[in-house]
Design a protein around this ligand. Structure first.
Ligand code: PLP
Length: 418
């Protein structure tokens, strides 16, 4: 398969046409290619196969729902059973009491929904000038219009012309930078602050001590909404349902996707606190003119319900924190390599090995060399900015994590020796 019409996301297609990995099957923590090769899925695809691959229970739930009601709009007053059940279940496990759940098709949709809702909320409560949306340097909030404008990875923002106005970036690690921005912009300017509990696609950066707690305090002081973007960090990745629970923080909204269905069917959404939902639900209400076609799609919601059953029954949510120390130790074995400047892990089941700037300058393709070296050892990992990241399924074993660690050591030796 050399020439096809398929244009891959986030890919230089000139490179892709020279080599492709065609995955044909997956089971548990492993995926298989068209030549019969077996790979440990050390990234859980794109951070999302929390329950592992090939769960018949989810496939059957989707099939049963497809036979009964495979699709129908939920615009206006129309609803369906799986959407109702899943919304209630997500609201119940969220850290916000009496929350509402708005379903969309993925993480980017969820981010656009949350920030549009933040701005609309302030219109409803008589503060229409509160428009500024804030994100952190190195953060990733998807590739939709708002997410692109909020991108903390500069390369994800450039080349797209004029983006959404009234957005601002703050320091990744110092919460006081939000305070500085708020006083620079003047009172009543900031609508929402977006925070990933652990920055994922920007290179896996756990928060500095007290960061998330302090951001919550400052949001309260300046009257801004706190949106926790748990698209990666949810459904057990940090050992909790959403992630902010770890820090004792109750946000105003939470965006989620990925792990809600373990990726078996695309689904995303926003958990909305009663503070933010009330102008739209109470009294005469107000129409939120927003919602993608597949909001509350019955197949996606049926997959979500089956996925939550597995996460609960097998106690997988806790695995995200139970295994974080094991993963950190395994990755730390690479910290002796002369081309590794930092190992970031220890908060949740995700981590990254940072390659030194000098080596990246000298060997610009070294991240893909490491990725391919790991692949030859039967392990799928992912280059991220200037690092290589892992985020295995929550079903990964300690022996498999050790294998990831020792394979990194061997691969880094190989890459530095040529
Ligand atoms: C924190 C975060 N927000 C939003 C998104 C966008 O999600 P999607 O790719 O489903 O649009 C991602 C994707 O990785 C993400 O990591």
């Amino acid at each position: 398969m050399t020439e096809t019409a398929f244009w891959h996301p986030f890919a230089n297609m000139a490179d892709v046409t020279r080599s492709r990995l065609t995955v044909v099957r997956a089971e548990g923590n492993y995926v298989y290619d068209d030549a019969g090769g077996e790979y440990l899925d050390a990234t859980a695809s794109l951070w999302y196969v929390n329950v592992g691959h090939g769960r018949a229970e989810i496939a059957e739930a989707i099939a049963a729902q497809a036979r009964k009601l495979s699709c129908y709009s939920t615009f206006g007053d129309i609803t369906n059973e799986p959407a109702e059940l899943l919304a209630n279940r997500v609201a119940d496990i969220s850290p916000m009491p009496d929350s509402k759940v708005f379903f969309v098709s993925g993480g980017g949709d969820a981010v656009d929904t949350a920030v549009k809702l933040a701005r609309r909320y302030f219109v409803e409560v008589g503060q229409p000038d509160r428009q500024v949306l804030v994100s952190r340097r190195d953060s990733y909030h998807g590739t939709h219009g708002f997410g692109t404008s909020l991108a903390g990875i500069p390369a994800n923002r450039v080349g797209f012309g004029d983006l959404v106005p009234s957005v601002a970036l703050i320091d990744r690690d110092d919460p006081e930078d939000l305070k500085r921005l708020a006083s620079e912009l003047g009172e009543g300017s900031i609508a929402a602050v977006l925070v990933e509990p652990v920055i994922g696609a920007g290179g896996v950066y756990p928060p500095t001590d007290g960061y998330i707690e302090r951001i919550r305090q400052i949001c309260d002081e300046i009257g801004a909404l706190l949106v926790i973007d748990s698209v990666i960090c949810g459904f057990g990745r940090l050992g909790e349902w959403f992630g902010p629970e770890r820090f004792g923080v109750v946000p105003d909204m939470i965006t989620f996707a990925k792990g809600i269905t373990s990726g078996y069917v695309p689904l995303g959404g926003v958990v909305v606190s009663s503070r933010v939902s009330s102008p739209f639900f109470d009294g005469a209400g107000s129409l939120f003119r927003h919602g993608p076609t597949y909001s509350g799609h019955p197949l996606a919601c049926a997959a979500g319900l089956a996925n939550l059953d597995i996460l609960e029954r097998e106690k997988l949510v806790a695995k995200g924190s139970e295994l974080e120390g094991v993963l950190k130790e395994a990755l730390m074995a690479s910290s002796d390599s002369s081309i590794v400047s930092e190992v970031r892990a220890g908060v949740g089941l995700l981590g990254a090995i940072e390659v030194t700037g000098d080596f990246l300058k000298q060997r610009p393709k070294s991240l893909s060399e490491i990725q391919l070296g790991m692949r030859r050892r039967g392990i799928l990992v992912r280059p991220l900015v200037s690092s290589i990241a892992v985020s295995p399924p929550l079903t990964v074993t300690e022996a498999e994590i050790d294998r990831i660690g020792s394979s990194f050591v061997d691969t880094l030796k190989e890459v530095t020796s040529v």
